[in-house]
Design a protein around this ligand. Structure first.
Ligand code: ATP
Ligand code: MG
Length: 235
């Protein structure tokens, strides 16, 4: 069974079509890259997937169900979307404590996940003093709290410095080695190429290619294939 399914997903905002009859599947235990130019509809599709937006048409499934139908969702699916809000006046620890309380997760996980994202030193700092990269790490930590089977990451490299991006590569690889399904959107194509098994490419709300990296690129660099498939290369 696919870990994630989009079936005829359409999302419109007024007359604008953000996602247009989008169908795709993410296979379990694999790292799948979700690529597309700015405005292609990636974040909208991911928001529909985790019930932060309501589809206009079609449906999404994650681990066989609609996200809202999952029991203990924090232990099934970890989510990092750019819109994720933390309370600025609370520390990293306190923010995660709110989430463990809500999710019924043992609070011993907090220090484990802070160590995993290399944020242990910032444990007692207020989030309002965090850099973008630190907030991104805290988002990853929050997604890991429930030791989920699936990670949905929308541009997790956003705000990370080169060392942070290298760290993220290792992080995603280690999650995959544990058998976690990772669905990750990114514009860092050279970076992504080294960690993904499969890719789904979306343009103007529609799928333009999906499959293993080899199938989609046919031996080209991922960036070349992307530019060709999305028509955003030089003609
Ligand atoms: N809440 C909203 N209201 C109106 N239009 C929206 C809303 N959210 C997204 N859109 C529009 O939907 C389209 C797809 O946006 P989306 O954020 O899903 O793209 P994306 O692929 O994530 O782009 P990026 O790579 O820049 O993050 C864009 O045209 C955007 O302007
Ligand atoms: Mg986006």
């Amino acid at each position: 069974m696919a870990a994630i399914v989009f079936k005829g997903l359409t999302k419109t905002y007024g007359t604008a079509v953000a996602v247009d009859n989008f169908s795709a599947e993410v296979q379990p235990g694999r790292v799948t890259g979700f690529l597309g130019p700015n405005g292609a509809g990636k974040s909208t599709a991911l928001r529909c997937l985790v019930a932060l937006a309501t589809p206009t048409k079609g449906r999404t499934r994650i681990l066989g169900r609609g996200y809202r139908k999952l029991k203990n969702p924090q232990t099934r699916v970890g989510v990092v979307l750019d819109s994720r809000g933390f309370h600025p006046g609370l520390t990293a620890y306190q923010n995660l404590r709110v989430l463990t309380s809500m999710g019924g997760i043992d609070k011993s996980r907090i220090d484990e996940v802070l160590a995993e994202v290399e944020l242990a030193d910032a444990r007692n700092k207020r989030v309002k003093g965090f850099s973008l990269g630190m907030k991104q790490r805290l988002s990853l930590a929050s997604a890991l709290l429930g030791s989920p089977e699936v990670l949905v990451l929308d541009e997790p490299a956003n705000g990370l410095d080169p060392a942070g991006i290298a760290w993220l590569r290792g992080f995603i690889k280690s999650q995959a080695e544990k058998g976690t399904t990772v669905f990750v959107s990114s514009h860092q194509l050279a970076e992504l190429e080294t960690i993904v098994d499969d890719v789904i490419i979306i343009n103007k709300g529609k799928v333009v290619a999906a499959g293993s990296v080899a199938e989609v690129t046919g031996g080209e660099r991922l960036e070349e294939a992307f530019l060709r498939l999305t028509g955003s290369g030089l003609s």
